[in-house]
Design a protein around this ligand. Sequence first.
Ligand SMILES: [Ca+2]
Ligand SMILES: [Ca+2]
Length: 177
Amino acid sequence: MPDKCHQPPLMLIYIKTQRAKTDGQTLDSRIYITRFAFSFLKAMASYLSMTLGLLFLCMLAGVHGGQLRVWNLHAKNLEGDLERSQADGYVKISWGGQNGGMTNFNMNNANPSWTAKFILEEETNSPSSLKLEVWDKDLKHDDHLGTCIVEVMSGTHNKQCDIGSKGSLLFNYSYSP
Ligand SMILES: [Ca+2]
Ligand SMILES: [Ca+2]
């Protein structure tokens, strides 16, 4: 049985060289894997910091969102119930899913005005339109006289909104994004 001791010296050198090459390749592979892991971690870290940065900016935007103010609400020629009974008007305000509240009831008045002021804070899902519903207060079931939909624009505006044959609604609003 031939063993290493009986192998010629040249063969031994050849075997050692081959082993050294194999070891070198293993080392190269390890270095390559380590480098790859480092660059992967680096990419993950930059992705994470970018995401966190964006999240922080979004939070800031949420905190400092736009504001919508509505005031000087009044109506003209609101329809009453009976011939001699005038409307008992009130207005409900909403902006998207956000309920902005309502005015008081202005009883027995076809041309009511309301002193209430409304401040609505913009949310991420706030739509561009503001909704004002005009109602007539009744003993049992209030009557919906009409709805005014306004496309909100920056600045201060004086708005008149026709709610059909049942009257018209007037108000001021200001919006700062
Ligand atoms: Ca009424
Ligand atoms: Ca009514």
